[in-house]
Design a protein around this ligand. Structure first.
Ligand SMILES: [Ca+2]
Ligand SMILES: [Ca+2]
Length: 430
């Protein structure tokens, strides 16, 4: 019986392997770096390439093997790059052109000079789609093409772009991390911004005038160069700000901007766990300015390292009233007598960064660092505290932990509005 089962398992394995082999479109290596495809656009409109690809080895978390770069040509003309950064198959989307139906020849070339990862890149599938949602056309037509330096192929990489679903255009870029600015102090970055990623407004319209965020966080009218008819911006500062494309940044990214969910800007990360994962991989790989690891999963809550993104509780809440910087979030566990808090002065962060939201009426996200390994079932209460002298009105919108795959696992917090008097905490029991 066991022999039969083994034979059966082997057959299954063989079937699966054969099937997998068929699913591969091409394996690009330094000796065989190119694949050409003839595809067809069936409808007029913005064409989007969906390229499913993976690295044969390494990936964003592996030093010196973070990414491989494919140059994509349309016909004989270079269009943009695809940065493959994961051993897991991912679908990389490229905004191609606004065109007519017809044949399209795509050539993918592994750029060995730009690729830090020297292994093969496996192309699993490539398909074209045409945008059929007219509302998206104007967001695509003005979405910036980004150019970046090679240093960003291993750190602080602009991994995707979103647009706000409003009347005026607005594009926001999500970077894997920020080594400059606040990012030099990872615990402060997490403490203040509730993330280790960097989020920057790139380009928007003010009364119809295209405006971009230039160095020094200055808003400037954009009259710079275009690529494929779209505004072209270079990421030109270490804190992720923009300049008109200067032609000196060799990597060209043509993203399909995604509609941003309402609420805090971090919401876009919640629906893309792969992004939170690569952010975490990068920070675990990197050192801080003093040569110490930026992060490590740790059991100590008061640790100089920022920890792992999966050892935090994330809380979104609305808040009005109170004094300046009066709101804080507190967490109680079922089997630990300590109260865990987001504001370091109360004991959550070892580095300076005394931060509490100002309660100006918007929605806020804060994080509370918990001992490594805490699960949903371990959490007893999540509360909104008032550290000020005037009552504040608040409501939880959402609270969650990240699961093993960095996807939010929601906690059933009470979302009914409540008033918190100074010096007290309103707890929601789970
Ligand atoms: Ca970094
Ligand atoms: Ca920044």
């Amino acid at each position: 019986m066991r022999g039969l089962l083994t034979t059966f398992s082997l057959l299954l394995l063989l079937l699966f392997t054969t099937h997998s082999a068929k699913a591969t479109l091409a394996t690009l290596t330094s000796t065989s770096p190119q694949k050409q495809l003839s595809l067809k656009l069936t409808k007029p409109g913005w064409a989007i390439l969906n390229l499913k690809a993976r690295l044969a080895q390494g990936g964003w978390g592996t030093p010196n093997e973070e990414s491989a770069v494919l140059a994509l040509s349309l016909g004989k003309t270079f269009h943009s790059h695809v940065v493959v950064m994961d051993k897991e198959p991912m679908t990389y989307k490229v905004l191609l052109s606004n065109g007519k139906p017809g044949p399209l020849t795509l050539t993918f070339t592994l750029d060995t000079a730009l690729s830090r990862n020297k292994g093969a890149v496996i192309l699993e599938s490539a398909a074209l789609e045409t945008n059929t949602d007219p509302a998206k056309n104007r967001f695509y037509a003005s979405s910036p093409v980004l150019t970046i330096s090679t240093s960003r192929l291993s750190t602080d990489y602009p991994a995707f772009m979103g647009y706000a679903q409003e009347k005026e255009l607005k594009y926001t870029v999500y970077f894997t991390n920020e080594d400059g600015g606040t990012g030099r102090f990872p615990t402060m970055l997490m403490g203040i911004y509730a993330r280790l990623a960097d989020i920057e407004s790139a380009l928007w319209t003010v009364n119809g005038v295209l405006t971009y965020q230039s160095p020094g966080h200055l808003d400037k009218a954009f009259s710079g160069p275009k690529r494929w008819g779209r505004p072209a911006l270079s990421v030109c500062t270490d804190n992720g700000l923009f300049c008109p494309d200067d032609g000196a940044h060799p990597v060209v990214l043509s993203y399909v901007p995604i509609p941003l969910p309402p609420g805090v800007r971090e919401r876009a990360m919640d629906v893309m766990p792969w992004f939170t994962r690569i952010v975490n991989e990068e920070v675990l790989r990197e050192k801080d300015g003093q040569g110490k690891p930026k992060a490590k999963a740790d059991t100590a809550v008061k640790d100089a390292a920022v920890g792992d993104a999966r050892q935090y509780l994330y809380a979104d809440f609305t808040c009005t009233g109170g004094d300046s910087s009066s709101a804080a979030v507190e967490v109680k566990l079922k089997t630990d007598p300590r109260t865990f808090k987001n504001d370091w002065a109360q004991g959550s962060f070892a580095n300076p960064g005394n931060f509490r939201p100002t309660c100006g009426g918007g929605e806020y996200r804060v994080v509370v660092k918990l001992p490594w390994g805490v699960k949903k079932a371990d959490i007893a209460q999540v509360g909104l505290a008032n550290r000020g002298k005037a009552p504040l009105n608040g409501a939880f919108v959402r609270a969650f932990l990240l699961d093993g795959n960095f996807a939010p696992a929601d906690l059933s917090v009470q979302t009914k509005p409540f008033t918190v008097v100074p010096g007290s905490t309103a707890f929601s029991s789970l």
